[in-house]
Design a protein around this ligand. Structure first.
Ligand code: UDB
Ligand code: ZN
Length: 178
């Protein structure tokens, strides 16, 4: 099983690479890794398992975060209406997004970042993502609110982008010219 010791931390070059597309259909090994990633997120949200293995309660994880530079991630979390979004996706791609932006008021963190970094992380308010599920099914997801932010955070990992890369620009944008 995946535990915190498998999580690559800030400073490791794999987090800055543009991950490679997965050739579909995914191999048995790729499916196994992606299901393990999804299981890690589920485990991390189970108080007993999280306590036993010292897991940070996570909502999503991208393959580069376990040192694998492939375009796949797992998300397992609830939106504002308590609807569960549980996906392991191969080659997820944002095919459209709103101009309107959104952010989490408390900023963001990351399983690969062991320090507190404050600041607003601007995200698109609404996105449409295409991808192939663990079951090999092509899906098109229209996302908004919290879940859209989680997906954008994970998509960024596939392009070597960390959440704090997006902080400064937003602060600048709010500065009105004198
Ligand atoms: C997380 N967890 O998993 F609102 F029950 C974060 C960490 C970095 C704090 C572990 C998280 O937001 N947990 C959470 C939030 C809730 C309710 C709840 C648990 N990530 C995922 C990550 O690093 N993926 O690469 C960071 C999130 C920040 C914004 C979106 C993803
Ligand atoms: Zn992250």
């Amino acid at each position: 099983m995946i535990t915190m010791k498998d999580i690559v931390r800030e400073g490791h070059p794999v987090l800055r690479e543009v991950a490679k597309e997965v050739t579909l259909p995914a191999t048995a090994e790729e499916k196994e890794i992606l299901s393990e990633m999804l299981q890690f997120i589920k485990n991390s949200q189970d108080p007993e398992i999280a306590d036993k293995y010292n897991l940070r309660p996570g909502v999503g994880i991208a393959a580069p975060q376990i040192g694998i530079s492939k375009r796949m991630f797992a998300v397992h979390t609830y939106d504002e209406n308590d609807v569960l979004y549980s996906y392991g996706l191969f080659n997820p791609k944002m095919i459209s997004h709103s101009v309107e932006e959104n952010h989490l008021d408390g900023g963001e963190g990351c399983l690969s970042v062991d320090r507190e970094i404050t600041g607003i992380v601007p995200r698109h308010a609404r996105i449409t993502v295409k991808g192939t599920t663990l079951e090999g099914e092509e899906v098109k997801l229209k996302l908004k609110g919290y879940i859209a932010i989680v997906f954008q955070h994970e998509l960024d990992h596939l392009d070597g982008i960390m959440f704090y890369d997006r902080i400064e620009a937003f602060q600048d944008k709010l500065k009105k010219p004198l």
